[in-house]
Design a protein around this ligand. Sequence first.
Ligand code: GLU
Length: 637
Amino acid sequence: MTRDASSANGSFDRRQFLALAGASAGALSLGSSSAVASDTSVTGDLDGFDCEAPTFECGQQVTAAAGGMVSSEDPRASAAGARVLAEGGNAIDAAVTVQYVLNVVSPQASGIGGGGFMVVYDADSDSVHCINSRERAPRDAHPEMFLDNGEPREFDAAIQRSEAIGVPGTLDALETARERFGSRPRQRLIRPAIRLAAGGFTVDEYLSEQIAENVDKFNDAAREVFLDANGNAPQPGDTLVNEDFARTLESIARDGRDVFYEGEIARDIADTVENLEGGPGIDERDLADYSVTIDEPVRKEAYDFEIVGQPVPTSGPTTIAMITRMLEFLGVEEYDLRAPEKYHLIAEANRVAWADRDQYMGDPEFVDVPVEGLLDDDYLRQRASRIDLESVVADYAAGEQVPPGVPPGAPERFMPEWAATADAGRPEPAGATAHFTTADRHGNVVSYTTTIEQLMGSGKMVPGRGFMLNNELTDFDFEPGGPNQVQPRKRPLSSTSPTIVFRDGEPIFTAGSPGGFTIITSVQQAILHRLVYGLEPLESVLEPSIFSARDFDVMWEPDVPTAALEYGEARGQPWAEEPEEIGNVQVVEIGADGFTGAADPARDGLAVGVHRAQVRGKSPDEHPESKRSKSKPEGRR
Ligand code: GLU
């Protein structure tokens, strides 16, 4: 079959963005202080924030901002975080503010009704801490709860039922991070979100679209807040007020986490879940029992850098590390950025890593995940040796899948059928979730992926409270038997990939993305493109990526050359018919002179840098408080 990849492009082409911004691949030249322009008008929602002020530098890619950097999918969230940095707050303070603001202006993707993974690099102690706020199943949950007459329930129906909703962790993460690593009072960090919720904010195109598309799953509370008196979704440019949520935030500002986990909000959450069809659902005791864990990061060297990120129960950074190391063993960098061989090796390395992901990964509190074995060089060399340029590992066209390997330390309970059931109920990727990074002048860095699972989560808003509840528990396997089966108080396996890359012991680059299970691929390829192929940060985000897993035809972004599809298909690699946008990657690079932030334009993302001279209480020439010198990432070619 022949396809014309360049014309099969109905959706927004991110390369066009580069062209519009006056830059093209390979020619994006950034001086010591420069920005790629973007529409920053909505930052006007924040009283008095001005991208033109000498304190800030705003753009799709921003450099030379040694006072700090925020890169997120929403300009208001980035601006509010940057303002915290400019006032002398640190990266953790800024991250807390960014999350609260995202909850108001981007309620479809994340919030206190959901969970996430916040990876914190603490410059003082030179250590990484992973604040794990993944939602937990209720204590009455059981492995069959997603079956209907013995069959996996249909996904769209499952997400609206009470058993889909996990105990939310985000607020506990924000409070834990603030208390442990922050420097500003809770009230200050919540204030911008309260103002936006109470005073109103501009609805952007994405929110308008997401409200309209998800009306069918909304409960009455969500309809009341998101729709007008005639039941219509707001149009882009309209102002939306969420007074209920402003009040919720005010009580959190006043009383802290307890009002949510043990007080009146807990009661309202439990009532909302109880009123839904299905069960078992979370109740007040489950909420009272919730607490985040602070996990040691997973670490793996590949090329001349080290991938560091949140370990299981997200599969993300571990799988990214496996793929990257295999690609290094396969010598992917010998092939050009858009060479068919490059895509073929990536597609195959993804399939091989995913076979192990599905076979072995789950919540480590319940499953003995052989992480060390999966990341063992001999094991990865052996896994990579199954991949070659002239064929595919299994006969995918005939329905075969790559078989999982047996890494050192694989649990005795080795059950090949686990992997075979993992796909039941797996949805098409929806691109929910938000990822952002904050970095400060002390050298602290936060890489945070936060989610309520599907866009608008379960569609259920807590009445009178103004926030959406997640449907995260549908990330469990619907069929029992595998490492990711439902169990009481367990956390479902995730694909989110908050990552910080280190070189010579220094953080040099962060990346993360929404996009369900395509997140792993998007983030892995952004790292590959920046640190191995040497693209500029924004280019590394815009460079078209592909996605494959054990059981998927290769998904591909517009501008992947037709030759790559033909090459793959001639060797038995099935590719999807049409291209589509994958992911929404935000990256921050930490260099000798400051930060470069890049935000994916696919969702109006904005990077906001803070000039060091303008940070309150700092003299212009003060050196970073981190004693270590920063080396700038360089590509291999
Ligand atoms: N729930 C998904 C996960 O944790 C993320 C949802 C999405 O990005 O679409 O892997």
